[in-house]
Design a protein around this ligand. Structure first.
Ligand code: HEC
Length: 157
């Protein structure tokens, strides 16, 4: 009798947990706000592109001009896309309050990012080695970091 009750209550707690997870309501799941999700998805793709190019930068022998060009073009093309998803100050995500309180500073970071990704894309067009893209590639890395320092909540990246 007691055992049966224990089983039932365990089952219902487990059921609630599953529903919570399915609806994305737990603290660590992906956000339900469409703006936060959209910009985080783009940022994740930036991270993937940087990993591919960064891998070649670390091991210059693996430089593949076509792949590098593709990733650089992707970044340059996507560089304008996340910012429209930062208009709603209620949609905080892992952005700091400075995105809205220092909107001019944030806008300057977004413009610089578009400039340096365009330069990397241009450098990649005729590159035959990592050396040809390295200066432009570091500028892009610096731009990610510079913006994150002030405008992204410090976590794992
Ligand atoms: C102009 C500012 C800015 C620039 C430039 C920028 N980011 Fe971000 N990034 C942010 C902000 C703000 C967040 C937090 C977004 C949120 O959680 O709502 C973020 C979040 C991220 C995340 C976490 C995404 C997630 O799933 O939560 C990654 C990864 C990331 N950025 C990578 C990059 C890389 C790589 C670059 C450069 C190629 C870059 N970012 C350039 C502002 C920027």
């Amino acid at each position: 009798m007691i055992k049966l009750q224990t089983n039932l209550s365990f089952k219902s707690i487990f059921g609630i947990t599953l529903i919570t997870v399915a609806l994305g309501m737990t603290a660590c799941s992906s956000p339900t706000n469409p703006d936060i999700k959209a910009r985080q998805d783009i940022m994740k793709n930036y991270g993937d592109a940087m990993k591919v190019m960064g891998g070649m930068a670390k091991e210059p022998d693996t430089f593949d001009a076509a792949v590098f060009k593709e990733q650089a073009a992707f970044l340059a093309e996507e560089a304008k896309n996340p910012w429209a998803h930062f208009t709603d100050a209620e949609a905080v995500g892992n952005a700091t309050e400075a995105v809205w309180s220092n909107a001019d500073g944030f806008a300057a970071e977004t413009e610089n990012f578009q400039k340096v990704t365009a330069e990397l894309n241009a450098a990649a067009q005729n590159a035959t080695s990592v050396a040809d893209v390295m200066p432009a590639f570091s500028q892009v890395g610096d731009s990610c970091e510079s913006c994150h320092t002030e405008y992204k909540v410090k976590k794992d990246n």
